[in-house]
Design a protein around this ligand. Structure first.
Ligand code: MF3
Ligand code: CO
Length: 253
């Protein structure tokens, strides 16, 4: 069941998203060669709690951190720890905040130092996939319009699209209906309507789209161990039918 949000609820979700955007603004400059993934998690946690929010991922299904930190071949849900980022890495940061029961969710993949042309293009095209996904959100349209926009752009660039994980509804819980696949699927294809709040999150691989789960039960890696990128925004279809992107992060260049 898709929960439609009224204006007052969207206003509260927007506050949660503003706090999350502030958290990302704090994290982006910390991403440099030598930083550990655990230090990034600690920075996210301390930002969120000092601003009166709760890290939405911490303890969710037993997830042990406030931030997912996913370098290179890690697609999503990397558990932060002692790994040190090095020049030429890419790293995905994914975070969510529970602000009095209103949930935000966003992710960015950042360069660490200087990237190869191949990595640089993967990040650019994956950002474009998210932009195209957002542009496909139209009241009266369908969820698969979003899926098609992402899939077409990734495929045109020769990349693999992750199928096991999807975008989703968000706002009154960390994950709500509908599922929003990044590929054209035979599954449910609901109509987009005012009051819907979505987290759109293309996960795009340099190689094959196939992934596997590591033994820690969380870390999702590409099957060919080639790099993967992930960007995510929370957005709302307002009661008047306009679309508002509620989270923001700033690209460092
Ligand atoms: N943004 C991710 C998602 O929507 C965050 C989930 S991590 C978890 O799937 F720890 F909360 F599960
Ligand atoms: Co999400």
């Amino acid at each position: 069941m898709i929960r439609l949000k009224n204006q007052a609820e969207i206003d509260r979700i927007r506050e949660s998203c503003r706090m999350l955007s502030g958290c990302f603004a704090e994290l982006v400059p910390l991403v440099k060669p030598g930083v550990t993934t655990g230090q990034l998690d600690e920075a996210a946690r301390s930002y969120i709690v000092s601003h009166g929010g709760k890290p939405a991922f911490l303890g969710y299904d037993g997830y042990p951190a406030s931030l997912c930190v996913s370098p290179n071949e890690v697609v999503i849900h990397g558990i932060p720890g002692d790994r040190r980022l090095v020049d030429g890495d890419i790293v995905g940061l994914d975070c969510g905040i529970d602000l009095g029961g209103y949930y935000s969710d966003a992710a960015i993949t950042l360069p660490v130092g200087k990237l190869s042309a191949e990595m640089d293009k993967l990040l650019r095209v994956t950002r474009e996939c998210l932009e195209r996904a957002i542009a496909a959100v139209k009241p009266g349209g369908r969820i698969h319009d979003i899926s098609r926009a992402v899939y077409g752009h990734a495929l045109a660039n020769g990349y693999g699209v992750v199928r096991q994980y999807c975008g989703h509804g968000v706002g009154l819980a960390p994950h709500e209906d509908p599922q929003i696949p990044n590929y054209v699927s035979p599954g449910p294809n609901p109509r987009i309507a005012p009051g819907m709040v979505f987290a759109l999150e293309p996960m795009i691989n340099l190689g094959k789209g196939d992934v596997r789960l590591l033994d820690d039960g969380w870390t999702v890696v590409t099957i060919d161990r080639k790099a993967s990128a992930h960007y995510e925004h929370t957005l709302a279809v307002l009661p008047d039918g306009s679309v508002e992107v509620l989270t923001s992060w700033t690209w460092p260049y």
